[in-house]
Design a protein around this ligand. Structure first.
Ligand code: SAM
Ligand code: SF4
Length: 431
C-alpha cells in the first residue's frame, strides 16, 4: 500500500514541479514514506535522515518530510527529536502535500498534518490521473481496519474501514490498463471487507475482469472473517483471478487466536481453505505468522508448526511479536525472547523445507509467466508466474507485457529460470 501511496504522492508533487531524481545528493526535497507495523520502522527513519544530513552537511538543507504510518503514530515525537524534519504527514492527509511543500519553501515549519481525512484524500486523488505505468500495478480499494487485533497498529494509524467508490475504482483500473498494466493487485488492510453500496470485492473483480487488456487480477490482504462464499466462488468463475491467496492466520493455536482477538478459530480457517481448494484445485496459499505472542507456550507454538505442515503454504512471512506502543498487547508479559527466537528459527526452517519441496516440483513443468521488465543483463526478461514466483527467461524479442508459456529448467531459492515456449492464449489460465 505504501508503494501505491508513494506513486500517488508523486502524481501530486509533479503538479508543482517536484520531480523524481536518481541523484539523491542534489534533491531539494526528501519524502520518506514509512511503515509502522513492527519496531524497527522508526529507527529506520532516524537512520535515513542521518544519511541525508551527512550528504547535505556543506549544502543548503533540503525540505525533509516524513509521511505514512510512523508520521501518524509518532509525528510529534519525530518533530521534537529530529529538528531536520520539516513536516510529518499521516497516510490519510497526504493529499495536502503540495500546500505543505509550498509553505515550507516560505520557511513555515514544522508542520504536523495527521488528520483522518480519508474521504477528502480520495476526492482529491480522483481528480488526478494515476500515472503509474507498470505492467503489474497496485490499486488501493479499501483502507483502515475495524478488527482491532490486539497486537496491531493499523486501526490507529490508518483509521477505521473505508471503501472507495465502485465507479472511481473501475475508472482508475481503466486508467492503469491504458498506461500499460496487464495485472492489477487490489489492495486493502482488509481487502475482502470491501463494501461500497452493497458492492463487494467479488463484484469489483468481475467488473474489472471485463476490461479486455487486463489479464490478471490479484487481491491482498484478506481476513478469514470476511472470506464470504461469493469470493470463494469468484475463484471458480473468474479466469483472470490468480490462484494464489494470501490468507494470514498468525497462529495455529485457538487459545492464541482468541488472545489476539482474531475473531476466528483454526477450524473455521481450515474450512475456508477446503472450500477454496474445492472450487479450484490449483489454488495455493501464503500466510503471515506471529511467533512468541504473549502467552504462547511451546505447545501453542507446535500447533502453528502443525498448521503449516498441513496447509503447505508456498510462502510464509513470520516475525517475532513486536510490542507496539498504543496497542492492547503492548503491556502484556513477553515470552522469553531467546525461546521466541528459537521457535522462529525452527518455524522458518520448516517453512523453508515446505517451500523448497514445492519449488522442486516446478522444475521441468510449464508455467504461465507475465513478463514485467528487461533485466540489466541484456536479453533476459523478468516475469512472474500465477503464484508470484519470479521467473527469468532469455529472449531476443521483447517479452515485456506478454504472457508466455515457459518451461522451467532450473531454479534457486529466489528465482526460477526457463525457456519461453509460446504466447499463452491469454484468456486461458488453466494450469
Ligand atoms: N489485515 C491483515 C490480517 O489481518 O491478516 C494483516 C495486515 S498487517 C498490516 C500485516 C502483518 O503484519 C500481519 O499479518 C501480522 O503478521 C504482522 N504484524 C502486525 N502487527 C505485528 C506485531 N505487533 N508484531 C509482529 N507482527 C505484526
Ligand atoms: Fe491489523 Fe489485520 Fe488485525 Fe486489522 S485485521 S488489526 S489490519 S492484523
Amino acid at each position: 500500500m505504501n508503494e501505491y501511496d508513494s506513486n500517488r504522492i508523486y502524481d501530486l508533487t509533479k503538479k508543482i514541479n517536484y520531480l523524481k531524481t536518481e541523484n539523491l545528493a542534489e534533491a531539494n526535497c526528501y519524502i520518506l514514506n514509512t511503515c509502522h507495523i513492527r519496531e524497527k520502522a522508526t529507527d529506520k527513519v532516524y537512520h535515513d535522515i542521518g544519511r541525508v544530513k551527512k550528504q547535505f552537511r556543506k549544502k543548503t538543507k533540503p525540505i525533509v518530510i516524513v509521511t505514512g504510518c510512523v508520521a501518524q503514530a509518532e509525528g510529534d515525537i519525530l518533530l521534537k527529536k529530529e529538528k531536520y524534519i520539516d513536516a510529518v504527514i499521516g497516510p490519510q492527509s497526504f493529499h495536502e502535500i503540495n500546500k505543505i511543500i509550498l509553505d515550507l519553501e516560505k520557511k513555515q515549519r514544522p508542520v504536523n498534518f495527521t488528520e483522518f481525512d480519508v474521504i477528502e484524500k480520495f476526492d482529491s486523488l480522483n481528480s488526478l490521473k494515476n500515472s503509474c505505468n507498470k505492467i503489474s500495478s497496485f490499486l488501493t480499494i479499501q483502507e483502515g481496519c475495524d478488527k482491532f487485533c490486539k497486537f496491531c497498529v493499523v486501526p490507529y494509524t490508518r483509521g477505521s474501514e473505508y471503501s472507495r467508490s465502485f465507479k472511481e475504482l473501475t475508472e482508475e483500473t481503466k486508467q492503469l490498463v491504458t498506461n500499460g498494466a496487464k495485472e492489477i493487485t487490489l489492495l486493502g488492510q482488509n481487502v475482502n471487507a470491501y463494501n461500497f453500496e452493497d458492492k463487494k470485492l467479488s463484484d469489483l473483480i468481475f467488473e474489472i475482469s471485463k476490461i479486455k487488456e487486463l489479464k490478471r487480477i490479484r487481491y491482498t490482504t484478506s481476513h478469514p472473517k470476511d472470506f464470504t462464499q461469493d469470493l470463494i466462488n469468484a475463484h471458480k468463475d473468474c479466469e483472470k483471478l490468480m490462484p494464489l491467496i494470501h490468507l494470514p492466520v498468525q497462529s495455529g493455536s485457538n487459545k492464541i487466536l482468541e488472545a489476539m482477538n482474531r475473531k476466528h478459530t483454526i477450524e473455521e480457517y481450515l474450512i475456508i481453505i477446503e472450500k477454496l481448494k474445492k472450487v479450484n484445485s490449483n489454488i495455493k496459499f501464503s500466510s503471515d505468522f506471529i511467533i512468541g505472542y504473549p502467552g504462547e507456550t511451546f505447545e501453542d507454538y507446535k500447533q502453528t508448526e502443525k498448521l503449516i505442515k498441513n496447509v503447505k503454504y508456498i510462502n510464509s512471512y513470520s516475525f517475532i511479536f513486536s510490542a507496539r506502543p498504543g496497542t492492547p498487547a503492548f503491556k502484556l508479559e513477553k515470552v522469553n525472547q531467546s525461546e521466541a527466537k528459537e521457535r522462529l528459527i525452527s518455524f522458518q526452517s520448516i517453512a523453508e523445507q515446505i517451500k523448497t519441496k514445492y519449488r522442486e516440483t516446478l522444475i521441468g513443468r510449464i508455467s504461465n509467466v507475465l513478463f514485467e521488465n528487461k533485466t540489466k543483463e541484456g536479453n533476459k526478461y523478468f516475469g512472474r508466474d500465477e503464484y508470484l514466483n519470479s521467473v527469468i527467461v532469455k529472449s531476443n524479442e521483447s517479452l515485456v507485457g506478454k504472457i508466455k508459456k515457459v518451461k522451467i529448467t532450473s531454479g534457486n531459492h529466489n528465482t526460477l529460470y526457463g525457456e519461453a515456449l509460446s504466447d499463452l492464449n491469454q484468456n486461458n489460465y488453466a494450469a
